[in-house]
Structure formats: C-alpha cells, structure tokens
Design a protein around this ligand. Structure first.
Ligand SMILES: [Zn+2]
Length: 242
C-alpha cells in the first residue's frame, strides 16, 4: 500500500552523498521544521529533481513517509530562485551561515513556521538589497528570541533597578540578564547602541532596524557568542567575510 505523502515548502539546509546514486538532504520545511529525506537517484541524474537541490532556492517538495527515520523525497520543484543572492559571494556566504545557524538552533521535526518565514524574509532582503554582516547577526538574535532566549537588558537581576535607556549595561551571559555596578557588575559590556540593537532585533522585526556601528556590532556579537555558548553549548557561525 502506498504510504501517504505531504507537500510543503522547504529550503535546503544540507546535502550529503549517499551510496552510489542517492543523496540525503536536510530541509527546513515550512510544516515540519528541519527534516531529513532520502533523495533517490539525485546523484546519478541531475534531471531527477530538476536541479532543485541547491541552496538559495525556495522549493516545493513532496515528502513520503517511510518505515525508517528518513522521509523519502518523492519530488521537488523550484518555486523561487534567489538569483541575485546566489550571484553575490558575500550574500551567498551569509545565507550559508544563516542556514547553518538554523541547523544548529532548531530542534528536528518540530514545526518552525516563524523561523521559516523569517529565513525567507532574510533571503528576500539579500536578493533585493545585498547583505550586510549586521543582518546575519540580527537574524541569529531573532532565532535566539524565537527559542525563548531573549536577554533581559532592562533591569538588574539582583536589586531590580532599571537601567536608563541611554546607558550602557553589564550582561551576565550565564543567566541572560544584566547586573548593575553596585551589585558587582557582570562580564559583558554593552554600550547603549549595542543594547538598543539587541533590543530591536529580538522584537517583532529584525531587519527594519538601524545598522550598528563597529563597536556596537562587536559587543552585540560578543553577547550572542556568550549567550549561545552558555545556554546551548553552541558556537554559531560568525560573519563569513570577516
Ligand atoms: Zn543591582
């Protein structure tokens, strides 16, 4: 009896060769989050999936359930090719880092519709306007926020005193909160511009924000590294053009 198949939109996260003729693809799917699927014959014949198994393409895929852990990729077609993105080395490498971030952060086979929509938003922006390194960082903070790890930069975790918006804060990456100097302070210094950037990109929009200057970018980058290392034991990709 034929097993049921599902159609969904997807982005290719990774593709590895398997046996003589096949590939195992990791996809970020709109409906099921990250999944792995066996693409039979994908190595032997490029026609088999119409050249669709490339990064930077929005795909419509048909997934067949199997007895094992993997889906079978029954069909795949290109819905949209981000051609400008793919022709810019900077954008292509930043998009690759964004995909590696998704693979590192998202739990397998858990629906991740917002992360999927945000990834398309990032790719559309890269495709239309080119990329900047702060946009990759903004996307990574945005995913961290979706995972429920938005740092609280507003009040001291000990005495509860509010930090005025125009002031720098000291962040403790281990608990994702700030501590005032009177209470002993914390290791990561965030100037008011870095603080403002992090607050903006962990809100509802992550691209419609002012670009941070070099200093704020470096401090925000350090905060992301500290938070992901402490809470997720992860090292996220840095800007590939650095
Ligand atoms: Zn305090």
């Amino acid at each position: 009896m034929a097993r049921p198949t599902h159609f969904t939109e997807a982005l290719l996260l990774r593709s590895v060769d398997y046996r003589d003729a096949d590939r195992i693809v990791t996809l970020l799917s709109r409906d099921h989050g990250p999944i792995s699927a066996l693409a039979r014959g994908a190595r032997k014949s490029r026609k088999r999936f119409g050249g669709s198994l490339e990064p930077c393409m929005l795909l419509r895929v048909e997934l067949a359930e199997t007895r094992g852990d993997l889906y079978r990729l029954a069909s795949a077609e290109v819905k949209h090719h981000y051609a400008n993105l793919a022709s810019s080395l900077d954008s292509l490498r930043r998009a690759g880092a964004a995909l590696r971030t998704l693979r590192a952060l998202l739990p397998v086979e858990e629906p991740a519709e917002q992360a999927f929509a945000s990834t398309l938003e990032l790719f559309e922006h890269f495709d239309a306007h080119g990329s900047d390194r702060w946009q990759l960082l903004a996307f990574q903070f945005h995913l961290l926020a979706l995972a429920g790890l938005t740092p609280d930069l507003e009040r001291c975790d000990r005495c509860g005193r509010e930090a005025p918006a125009s002031r720098a804060v000291l962040l403790d990456a281990a608990n994702g909160r700030v501590r005032c100097r009177d209470c002993g302070g914390a290791a990561l210094y965030l100037c008011s511009a870095a603080r403002h950037f992090i607050r903006a990109v962990t809100g509802p929009t992550f691209l419609d924000v002012e670009a941070p200057d070099e200093r704020a970018w470096l401090q925000a980058r350090g905060a992301l590294e500290g938070l992901t290392a402490q809470h997720l034991s992860l090292e996220l990709p840095g800007d590939p053009m650095d």
